[in-house]
Design a protein around this ligand. Structure first.
Ligand code: ARG
Length: 589
């Protein structure tokens, strides 16, 4: 049963306006009341303005009629309705309605936020680094954005299937295995060198050496090709070697995931190799359905929707002319599996925007094959590039790719400096742990607070600042509220007295707190976590404005109790929101 939770005040107003609209004219049933937050009142409804033309009435007249039908009886939820401008309605809620809402959210361990995705299976493909290669800056955004979406959908009740589509299959492994075989003196296992991360750095370097050898030495190239065939045929020794390389790489990915605090576990590792045995069937099905066709010995899907620069249809390579399968083949088998076996209701693919065409073609083919139907949602969740301080795609000073671990170290060092400056007496081990949470949080927040499609610059100094729209600022806002609550005495239960009049800053804060569920609806609809980040930032500022003008600890009862309730709800909402971004909310900072 989908749980609806506490109906947001916005929803309450929406219902009231809709009902009034129908009383004015029955044909308005189902029309959008167009309610939103307003600067001049708690909410504003624009329905009259929108519907006036169609109903051949002056907007002001229509607005007045709706206002009259909104009838404000004693004790009703609405306190004031006023027509304004050409046909807006300004709507204020009764103070008690807002306090009751605060109390209802506080009483619920999910803050009254419903689980509207209950019963829906959402498959999220994210992170997906490549085996025998180090995770680099290019894997940061997919990992962070994908994880936040997994958290948001999970919180909303969806049955989330995380898939880490590891690049663990392909001809490059034949080359690497052959090279390792011919160089038994090489040491690269975690057990032989200091960490899983360095094992994968070593493999990455060995892979490059193998590649160079392959290009320079024809006989080695032949032996490497034979090794690829052996791997594909399932030759026991070769497969064991491959498994070893995959296992070592997975350890290194695990170390990054643990540090980033993402949800991915080894159970989520479903690499390209998993689909190997489904490839032949997938091709057969596409051919028999007439979706894929022969082209000079290769099997391809020719797009009916996209043409290339030459005017020819864009091509998806289903099987190469030498019988081999590639990236396209695997994604076709994967989408088929996720729909027909996993029974996904929604599929998300979190990869950078350069793969847009690839996914567009995969989705088109899946639709033509009848796997993808209109009841299944499918999205390529694409994103922009991380830039360096010079505004160009991020590279090391030497022009190489930036290792993800180095990037995280830089951010944690930045956070350590600002936290140490603010808390000079903090013992070293506490400083370490706070700096780690603040630094990692800063990296995630810098990413998630930027609109996905935009590029952004990786700037450890700016992103770990205590002021401005940063993760550290939000963690600090949360920690400060916790400290107020500690001073209030942990035992103070939050009892809300609904008859107390609301101060303007209390009202702003309470209305902001009530908006969280609505923002999560938006994040789920648009797949844009920056909406949640922006919401939390506004919430933290609403809290500051409240705290500046409404003393909490020294206020007389029952005002004090109500304000403490607002503090509780603010701290819990911030912590919950940060958690949905995958960011820790330490008690102190
Ligand atoms: N391994 C790929 C890369 O590093 C990303 C895979 C994304 N997922 C997918 N189903 N194609 O670029």
């Amino acid at each position: 049963m989908p749980s609806t939770g506490v109906v947001p005040l916005l929803g309450l107003v929406r219902i009231a306006v809709s009902e009034a609209m129908v009383r004015v004219r029955p044909e308005f049933a189902g029309a959008d009341p167009a309610v939103r937050r307003s600067e001049r009142a708690d909410f504003q409804a624009d329905a009259a303005l929108r519907l006036a033309r169609k109903s051949r009435t002056a907007p002001a007249e229509l607005a007045a009629a709706i206002a009259a039908e909104l009838g404000l009886a004693d004790g009703s939820a609405l306190a004031a309705v006023e027509r304004s401008g050409p046909g807006f309605l300004n709507i204020d809620l009764a103070d008690h309605t807002i306090w009751e809402q605060v109390a209802a959210r506080l009483a619920d361990d999910r803050l009254g936020m419903g689980a509207p995705e209950t019963g829906r299976r959402v498959v999220i493909d994210y992170s997906a680094p490549n085996v025998a290669k180090e995770m680099h800056v290019g894997h940061l955004r997919t990992t962070i954005i994908g994880d936040s979406l997994a958290r948001v959908f999970g919180f909303r009740g969806a049955d989330v299937v995380r898939v880490n589509h590891l690049g663990d299959w392909g001809t490059q492994f034949g080359m690497l295995i052959q090279y390792l075989d011919e160089h038994p003196e090489l040491r690269w296992h975690t057990a032989e060198i200091d960490s899983a991360t360095s094992a994968v750095s070593a493999l990455d370097a060995l892979y490059k050496a193998a590649r160079a050898r392959f290009d320079a030495d024809g006989e080695f190239a032949d032996r490497a090709r034979t090794r690829v065939v052996a791997l594909q045929r399932g030759d026991a020794d070769t497969v064991a070697r491959w498994r070893d390389i995959v296992a070592e790489s997975e350890k290194a990915f695990g170390a990054i995931y643990a540090r980033l605090g993402v949800l991915l576990t080894p159970d989520d590792y479903v690499g390209e190799s998993f689909y190997n045995e489904m490839l032949a069937d997938t091709v057969d099905e596409l051919v028999s359905k007439g979706v894929a066709v022969d082209s000079d010995g290769a099997v391809v899907v020719l797009s009916e929707q996209v043409t290339g620069p030459d005017g020819e249809p864009a091509v998806l390579m289903v099987r190469k002319s030498d019988g081999g399968y590639g990236y396209d083949s695997t994604d076709l088998a994967a989408i088929r599996y996720r729909i027909t076996e996993l029974r996904a209701d929604r599929l998300l693919y979190v990869t950078d925007s350069r793969q847009s065409l690839h996914f567009r073609l995969v989705f088109e083919a899946a639709r033509r094959a009848g796997w993808l139907t209109d009841t299944i949602g499918v999205d390529h969740v694409s994103y922009g590039t991380i830039l360096g301080p010079d505004g160009k795609p991020f590279k090391t000073r030497a022009g190489g790719t930036v290792r993800l671990m180095d990037l995280l170290d830089d951010a944690v060092a930045g956070a350590r400096a600002v936290v140490a400056e603010k808390n000079p007496d903090l013992p070293a081990h506490e400083l370490d742990s706070i700096a780690e949470q603040a630094g990692i949080g800063a990296v995630k927040y810098a990413d998630l607070s930027t609109s996905r499609v935009k590029d952004y610059s990786f700037d450890p100094v700016r992103m770990t600042a205590f002021n401005g729209n940063t993760g550290v600022y939000l963690q600090y806002a949360h920690a400060r509220i916790r400290s107020i609550l500690r001073r209030a005495g942990e035992s103070t239960a939050a009892v809300v007295e609904a008859a107390v009049p609301l101060e303007p800053a209390e009202r702003e804060l309470a209305l902001a707190l009530d908006g969280c569920a609505t923002v999560l609806d938006e994040v789920a609809a648009t797949l844009e976590p920056h909406r949640l980040a922006g919401y939390l930032y506004d919430l933290a500022r609403a809290f500051t404005a409240f705290y500046d003008s409404c003393p909490v600890l020294v206020a007389p009862e029952p005002v004090r109790g109500n304000r403490i309730a607002l503090c509780h709800l603010a701290a819990r909402t911030l912590a919950q929101g940060l958690d949905l971004l995958g960011i820790a909310a330490p008690q102190r900072l």
